[in-house]
Design a protein. Structure first.
Length: 281
């Protein structure tokens, strides 16, 4: 029986799944032991007793996808047809539509894009190219944009809840609804992850011209302060998403609530959690 794919849409956003670069031949992934590289990363920090096999398998899929997406990115750099913006947009869209959290490699790809030296990349091929890229990939693993399993699970939960809430709940009626207010109050760390991922997706939507969808994503990421989102003008949304960092955006959005609820312990806990932007810990 074929899987029913819901019709995804958020305001004027409609997912685009066209990724012609994925049909290109690999330029280094096929010349390295990809599975071995990923398993070595897993062996370094994953406790096989604590984590179920299915979660480890999902995480392994994420690591493999990171290397594939890096291959696509480097290939575009070498051909002088850089696709970074289209690639990041595609990764968001395909994650939602296929409900595949391992496809969300945005933070890793964004970081690598800013650390690759174009001239070196263009002169290298195959295993030699990987020899240049490997220490950069290692740095991203150490600083957190290449997720460790704990961070991957947190982000995956958020992404799957968002996917179900905007489309998959038409197929499955028992969506987990992470964005329910009581869940955020009880779990500040999860709330922080939801806010950070929502800000990232909202920025992407804004850059792509989906202004109404970008604001709707803010409602999803900050369901406990809809009155603050309501008051945002177009210019304020743009400033929040484009000019401000994630930490600054969270502080701005919660500043009014903090002033009105200075003595409210729950509010302070929410803000504390919100400011703990995804750090990999």
């Amino acid at each position: 029986m074929s899987l029913v794919i819901p019709n995804f849409e958020i305001c004027e956003w409609r997912p685009s799944l066209d990724a012609p670069w994925e049909s290109n031949a690999y330029i280094f992934v096929s010349d390295i032991e990809t599975l071995k590289v990923c398993n070595e990363l897993i062996d370094r920090h994953v406790n096989y007793v604590i984590y179920p096999v299915r979660l480890i398998d999902s995480y392994r899929s994420y690591l493999i996808q990171c290397l594939k997406d890096l291959d696509f990115l480097v290939n575009s750099i070498k051909s002088q047809s850089c696709i970074i913006n289209s690639q990041l947009a595609h990764l968001i869209d395909v994650t939602f539509v296929k409900a595949h959290p391992w496809r969300f490699t945005n933070y890793f790809i964004s970081t690598l894009f800013h650390h690759i030296e174009y001239e070196k990349v263009r002169d290298l091929e195959g295993a030699k190219l990987w020899h240049y890229l490997q220490p950069i990939v290692e740095d991203t693993f150490q600083q957190g944009s290449l997720y460790r399993i704990e961070k991957y699970i947190k982000v995956s939960h958020v992404l799957m809840d968002m996917a179900f809430d905007i489309g998959w709940d038409t197929v499955y009626s028992k969506a987990s609804k992470l964005k329910a207010l009581e869940g955020l109050v009880a779990n500040p760390e999860r709330a922080a992850t939801l806010r950070e991922v929502s800000l990232h997706i909202s920025r992407n939507f804004w850059i792509r011209g989906f202004t109404s969808a970008a604001k709707q994503i803010l409602y999803i990421g900050f369901p406990d302060i809809p009155q603050v989102i309501d008051k945002l003008s177009v210019d304020e949304v743009e400033d929040l998403l484009i000019e401000k960092s994630s930490k600054q955006a969270v502080q701005i959005l919660f500043s009014e609530e903090m002033a009105r609820n200075a003595k409210n312990v729950n509010c302070n806990q929410i803000v504390e959690g919100a400011l703990r932007i995804i750090s990999g810990t």
